[in-house]
Design a protein around this ligand. Sequence first.
Ligand code: ZN
Length: 340
Amino acid sequence: MLPFVWSDDCLRHQPAAEVWVGTRTPASEVPARALAIREALLGAGAREVAPVAHDDSALLAVHDPALAEFLRTAWEDWAAAGLPSDQVVPYVFARSQLTGGREPAVPAAVWARPGLFAYDTMTLIGPGTWEAARAAVDVALTAVDLVVEGEPIAYACCRPPGHHVTRSLYGGSCYLNSTAVAAAELVGRVGGPVAVVDIDAHHGNGTQEIFLGRRDVLTASVHVDPGAGWFPHFLGFAVENDEANLNLPLAHGTGDEGWLAAVREAAAFAAPARALVVALGVDAAAGDPESPLEVTAAGYREAGRILGKLELPTVVVQEGGYDLATIGPLVVETLAGLAR
Ligand SMILES: [Zn+2]
């Protein structure tokens, strides 16, 4: 009867579209993802727990207050400005090389303001985006509470995902980094080090950036090689590894054998930790439209087993996974492997 935390508010973010290579394409990070997972969990006998509201202290421990304030007000300001797009989308970006390293000015134009905080054009903000992202943080923090209170494992069934969000920048269909919030909170509650093992198909670049230089949070990520042309493109390489960060990029087409070897390596890296956060993306599965990895359902169950053998208090936070037919069963398989 593994507990999972659920909030209807996570359904409120409903991006109709993304802007990718200048083209409006249908959104893949949709509310139906979370509903499919919830249905599979209930079918497997998991116990649904309501989230508890938490104040912003844990959120602001990992995020720039200016990013949180922008996300909270962006849609209202955009709508009030009467712009032609029905979603907040940046068109100009405040790169540090543009301003010679100086802090960029806060633009007077509402339509220029997203460029202070966005790093891509595919992560749109509409009515309900802030409410859903903030609810996801509460869901993750409630899962932390459960584990601190003695549950061996708790699962945060939340969306939008978070692992691509840095301290100050949002992107990659993510707005607030619930995984990082959970990890930082665990450090405060159970002591460090806490490990984050990210098995989403894409590099957890936001989590890596947030904890860069810290020794009390160990970050490991198993993902498709960005050098082969995959998001987040600019980082996620082994050259970024140090004592507290481990990137394990995998070739296009990697299946269970190679993927599980990397998960084992990530688990060994996490072993000294006092608590574990699993950033659970199931988009490494064969058949997922967003990645070229070929992991099976049995592979996900085995990954759960490998991480469960660490016998650490474990918070699992939902990240990616875009095949609506299999996302629920894949999450159930992973959690079944983890349960001990
Ligand atoms: Zn992903």
